[in-house]
Design a protein around this ligand. Structure first.
Ligand code: ADP
Ligand code: MG
Length: 380
């Protein structure tokens, strides 16, 4: 290397360094303004009046992706910051933010993402429990079947409700300690279970409306038997192969209710009452309802029943009111969600603020059928 090259090299390095410094300055500045704009600040009173303090950036990696380390102000939490991510992101030049706790929760790591973190399909990978989907933070929501809440699922036609249900049922079918029951007006969702041990408390199609009431009444009777047999020292029934979790799927539930109401409104009422009992008392007896509708309106799921559904998934819905019904805290997310691609849901889950989730992708109906029959036929 000649002396000239060496000088030039040093010059380039110094130049690049200066550019980096300028970029860091821009980010620090953008962060302060974004935090102030979103109200993510601490206000202290001083002699000259209230002063606003935005949490400081203590470290910046330019990336890409750029990663900011934020020292939170007293009283601020990582959860607060996560809730504001959508408001902050555009002002940091990002499509979305990933927010993770650091230290004891007094710092946060904020990654600036250039693309929607939910853009890629999520394969149904094996792991503990059942995979419900993946959040924007990249973490998968997995739960043991016994820890599933009652679920209300809504979404416009072709928003991904059935595919998500296929993924759930395909996984549940593989479990010896789960029985899949329910009512399916088109018959397609429960058809793979025809020759399996699950079929006895399932109704496919709307040809025999009396059987719908009979099967739901049988599920309520089973619930009552379990509640009566509950050991005195327990208030939640332990589940095993002999006492499986009963997943009661009500696919396209409004279609079933319409058929019942049109034929015999009294039967419609009785069926609603049976489902209300499953929702109110089923949880401790090992029954879970999975209610699917285009809109979770009051005529489909009354307020009391909706409140029992602690798990809520809203795929794309065409009106903000339906979204508010299941996720009262979702106003920030509503506008974006109106055009969400198939397979992306807003989720309410016990103990969490509303979050976006990518549902697992079952490539085809055939794959779903294969998943159910592969694991269940042997046990029929
Ligand atoms: N998780 C997903 N990932 C990618 N594409 C999906 C996903 N879920 C659904 N889709 C696409 O959307 C289409 C409609 O989904 P479907 O579950 O039948 O909707 P719905 O039951 O809400 O009418 C599917 O055929 C598929 O092409
Ligand atoms: Mg469907």
């Amino acid at each position: 290397m000649t002396l000239l090259d060496a000088i030039r090299g040093r010059h380039v390095a110094r130049h690049a360094h200066r550019l980096d410094e300028a970029e860091v300055d821009l980010l620090v500045d953008a962060w302060a303004r974004a935090a102030e704009g979103a109200g993510f600040v601490r206000t202290v009173s001083t002699v000259t009046g209230p002063t606003v303090i935005a949490p400081r950036l203590v470290h910046v990696v330019l990336g890409p992706p750029a990663v900011l380390t934020v020292r939170l102000e007293p009283g601020q939490t990582v959860t607060d910051l996560r809730a504001l991510a959508r408001r902050l992101a555009p002002h940091l030049g990002a499509r979305a933010l990933r927010v993770e706790p650091l230290g004891v929760g007094d710092h946060a790591r904020v990654t600036l993402l250039a693309a929607d973190p939910l853009a890629d399909p999520l394969p149904l990978s094996p792991g503990p429990g059942v995979l419900i989907g993946r959040g924007e933070d990249g973490r998968c929501l997995r739960v043991e079947p016994a820890d599933l809440p009652h679920l209300a699922v809504q979404g416009a036609t072709r928003s991904g409700k059935s595919r998500w249900l296929y993924s759930l049922l395909g996984q549940l079918a593989a479990r010896r300690d789960v029985e899949v029951a329910g009512v399916d007006p088109s018959g397609l969702t429960l058809r793979p279970f025809v020759d399996t041990r699950h079929a006895r408390r399932q109704v496919r199609g709307l040809a025999d409306l009396a059987r719908i009431e009979a099967v739901l009444a049988e599920l309520v009777a089973e619930m009552d038997r379990r509640l009566a047999a509950m050991p005195a020292r327990l208030d939640v029934l332990p589940l095993d192969v002999g006492t499986p979790l009963l997943a009661v799927v009500l696919e396209e539930w409004p279609a079933t209710l319409r058929a019942l109401d049109a034929t015999d409104p009294k039967q419609g009422k009785r069926v609603r009452a049976l489902v209300a009992r499953l929702l109110a008392e089923g949880h401790k007896a090992g029954l879970r309802v999975v209610l699917v509708a285009q809109r979770a309106e009051a005529t489909i799921v009354g307020g009391a029943e909706r409140a029992q559904c602690e798990g809520r998934l809203s795929f794309r819905v065409d009106n903000a009111e339906s979204l508010r019904l299941l996720h009262p805290d979702s106003d920030d997310l509503a506008a974006d969600h109106a055009t969400a691609p198939a397979g992306i849901a807003l989720v309410g889950w016990p103990g969490r603020p509303t979050f976006r989730l990518r549902a697992p992708y079952v490539a085809s109906y055939g794959e779903y059928v294969a998943a159910v029959t592969r694991t269940t036929l042997g046990f029929a």
